[in-house]
Ligand binder design. Structure first.
Ligand SMILES: [Zn+2]
Length: 272
């Protein structure tokens, strides 16, 4: 059995064939799915998927969609998000209230830092820190989007100290960065990036990871594996990712499946 530990199955890219997409995944042994939240407007669709026995969900505010979030500037002082968009109950209040109302939610996320968007880094950090505080207070793991910011994020995670750890999704860093995250009780999400020949540093890192240190994920509909460039990604592709990771690690597919499934179940406290 395989678990797709990070896939955006609520996205409209799947509206046309969502049931068939689940079917295709099941047909190749992908039997459980963890769907992160991205914006407040999408949480209801995410929670609706969470009613399925084979799907677990997370709620958070994704840095890529920063402009969609409404956050009261006073709460984030001295940082500011879009100042003309102050509301009474902001999206962080809504996150706390929605987590209170939905104990089935397994993690806070997707949240984090995307350093490709330099102009908004202050606001991104403020939003990320607020979500780390929310996760810590609730003893929930965090699902972290971390692009070109591994060192800074690892440093901050260490300072904050999260008892339930979390997932560095779509990890693409060095071995040393991997070790820092593992030492903090975080797991690394391996997906399409590891299947590309040119990702030599990452592939060496994947080969050297301990069995307890990773989960498999597709990040569907994004990050198609090698050979599927430009196509919509979907959880059925996790089977190919498992084969690739097994080859890099010189293990069998079933060894990789057993380790990654146990790791995802432990992190998200899944009862499978
Ligand atoms: Zn994602």
């Amino acid at each position: 059995m395989l678990i797709d530990a990070h896939c955006h199955l609520d996205f409209s890219a799947f509206d046309v064939d969502r049931e068939a997409m689940f079917e295709r995944a099941r047909a190749v042994g992908v039997e459980h799915f963890v769907v992160p939240g991205t914006t407040r407007a999408r949480w209801s669709a995410v929670l609706a998927l969470g009613k399925r026995d084979d799907t677990s969900v997370c709620l958070g505010l994704h840095p890529y969609f920063l402009d969609d979030h409404e956050v009261n500037a006073s709460r984030l002082a001295p940082h500011r998000l879009g100042s003309d968009r102050l509301t009474e109950g902001d999206d962080l209040d809504a996150l706390e209230a929605t987590l209170d109302a939905h104990p089935e939610v397994v993690a806070v996320g997707e949240c984090g830092i995307d350093a490709r968007f330099e102009a908004s880094l202050d606001a991104q950090w403020a939003l990320f820190e607020a979500q780390l505080r929310i996760a810590k207070a609730r003893h929930l793991p965090v699902v972290v989007h971390c692009v070109r910011a591994n060192d800074q994020v690892a440093k901050r995670l260490k300072e904050v100290g999260l008892p339930a750890g979390g997932l560095i999704h779509a990890f693409a860093g060095s071995r040393q960065q991997a070790e820092r995250f593992l030492a903090l009780g975080f797991l690394l999400g391996l997906g399409g990036a590891a299947t590309h020949e040119r990702a030599q540093r990452l592939r060496r890192c994947v080969a050297a990871l301990p069995d307890h240190g990773y989960v498999l994920e597709t990040d569907s509909p994004d990050m198609p594996p090698a050979g599927f460039k430009g196509e919509r990604n979907e959880p059925a592709r996790l089977a190919g990712i498992a084969d690739e990771v097994a080859a890099l690690r010189q293990q069998t597919r079933s060894e990789v499946a057993a380790a990654s499934t146990a790791n995802a179940a432990r992190l998200f406290r899944l009862s499978l």
